[in-house]
Design a binder for this molecule. Structure first.
Ligand code: MN
Length: 488
């Protein structure tokens, strides 16, 4: 890896970038690391460059890429954070500081895991770019894992699987998530990995290529007739995701791998809909598999049209139809999102709401264990979107119930709730909601307050807190009636 490769990549995304700054960061880091070597014997600066290159690939801004080149300087060389600040200013220095703090974890075992998670969350809440650098740093470390002793290798792979990969998913940086997972999969389950790799990448490859070619031929003709510029790709699925699916559904490879997957990238949103029309006119769609994530994006911002049709030879074929911008957002998540919003500028202050939630939870919690449990529950899992009758969108964790929705709307709506209408049907307060549900809470004005057994099915901390508060004060009211003069 050379600095020129990075410069080239940066210029591709942002022709106006100040290349002189990149070169300066490179010279500084090269001087600082001097003749230091990595374990495998490569010059240390190679690690810095690889980290920076992946950052450039995911379209991170210039400060982040510079910080990527400099990320191990204060920790491993004679140069300090102060030196970096003097040379490159406080934006770059703050990022490098964030990375340095993140790497100092002295605990072992479970404690180490918890502390790591806590630090990741906090760093993320302060400046999400720190986490991007950490991911790219970790990815290169994973790629050079071979040289480490078995025990250390396993620990790093395990930690990546449990902490890094899920957070990358949360930020929608799927490309990094999949790359990290597939490497860890190889180290954690070598036998299973080899078997699956052979089946997917050798046995099935010819069949897949021939089939995709057929679909392409038929489609290209129609798309050309309609004058739509297109790009059709065969979609390779990450091995670990196939493995997980097999585990979860307890199925064999051939049962899971029964669907062909094709992606079409077209210039505009209206081309997306036109293309879906063409696909449906060629092959019969499975009606329950048509998804419009352009009109209603997923909670993490994912946009695309999905449809599964009975393709040539009646084989189920899954289509994803999207624009180039949507495609890059789906690979690079939050990084690409900002890139497109600000065209190379860096407004990283504009962070998703759940990051603010992490900070709030941190303020309310002293104990590390509680903190992690709460973050995991409220933030660190898949989220769903539900709608109010007025069309407002509410963002909830998966498996949330109408009572969580009620307390999100308003404390009083929660306290006075007696039931719910979900998609215009009566529902109990404990039935889990699904993405896209339309929820209306039925309230009773004279209702005294919530039941303590709501705590058993409330999923969000917000709802649980509110229920506890309300039941505590109503119990106090009851006692007061029995024991006059009692003080709170
Ligand atoms: Mn590093």
């Amino acid at each position: 890896m050379t600095i020129d490769q990075i410069i080239h990549k940066v210029q591709e995304n942002n022709p106006k970038a100040d290349i002189a700054l990149l070169e300066k960061a490179y010279e500084f880091a090269a001087r600082a690391h001097g003749s230091q070597k990595r374990r495998a014997g490569a010059p240390y600066i190679q690690h810095s460059l690889h980290t920076a290159f992946v950052l450039a690939q995911i379209k991170a801004d210039l400060s982040t890429i510079m910080a990527g080149i400099l990320h191990d300087v204060p920790e491993d060389t004679e140069y300090t954070l102060e030196d970096i600040k003097k040379e490159f200013g406080s934006d770059v220095a703050t990022l490098v500081e964030g990375i340095t703090k993140l790497s100092k974890i002295k605990y072992r075992g479970v404690e180490r895991y918890r502390e790591n998670l806590r630090k990741m969350f906090l760093a993320m809440a302060q400046d999400i770019r720190v986490i991007l650098i950490k991911f790219c740093d970790r990815l290169h470390n994973l790629r050079t894992l071979d040289v480490l002793p078995e025990e250390k290798r396993r620990r790093i792979a395990q930690e990546t699987m449990e902490i890094y990969a899920p957070i990358a998913g949360l930020l929608g940086i799927w490309r990094l998530k999949w790359q990290m997972e597939d490497i860890c999969f190889k180290y954690l389950y070598p036998e299973e990995y080899k078997k699956l790799e052979y089946k997917y990448e050798v046995e099935k490859k010819t069949e897949r290529n021939q089939y995709t070619q057929r679909v392409k031929n038929i489609l290209s003709q129609r798309l050309n007739e309609e004058g739509i510029a297109y790009n059709i790709e065969d979609r390779l699925k990450p091995l670990y995701s196939i493995y997980k699916k097999m585990q979860k559904k307890d199925r064999k490879f051939d049962e899971i791998y029964d669907v062909f997957a094709v992606r079409i990238i077209v210039p505009t949103v209206s081309d997306c809909y036109k293309t879906m029309g063409i696909v449906h006119s060629l092959w019969k769609p499975k009606s329950d598999r048509i998804k419009d994530y352009i009109a209603v994006p997923k909670p993490n911002g994912y946009r695309s049209l999905h449809t599964t049709v009975y393709g040539p030879e009646n084989k189920p074929t899954e289509f994803q139809i999207r624009t180039r911008e949507m495609h890059e957002e789906s690979l690079y998540g939050i990084a690409a999102h900002w890139y497109y919003k600000h065209k190379g500028g860096s407004d990283y202050k504009n962070q998703p709401k759940w990051i603010q939630e992490i900070l709030n939870i941190q303020r309310q919690t002293e104990n590390t264990n509680d903190f992690i449990n709460k973050v995991k529950l409220d933030v660190f899992q898949d989220r769903i979107f539900v709608f109010s009758p007025k069309g407002d969108v509410f963002d909830l964790p998966e498996d949330a119930t109408p009572i969580d929705f009620a307390y999100l709307v308003h404390t009083e709506v929660g306290n006075k709730a007696t039931g719910a209408l979900v998609n215009d049907r009566m529902s109990s307060l404990d039935r889990p909601l699904k993405n896209g549900d339309l929820v209306e809470i039925v309230t009773e004005k004279n209702r005294k307050g919530p039941n303590t057994d709501w705590l058993e099915f409330a999923k969000t901390n917000r709802a649980k807190e509110k229920i506890r508060q309300a039941t505590k004060s109503s119990r106090f009211e009851q006692f007061k009636r029995i024991i006059p003069g009692m003080k709170k």
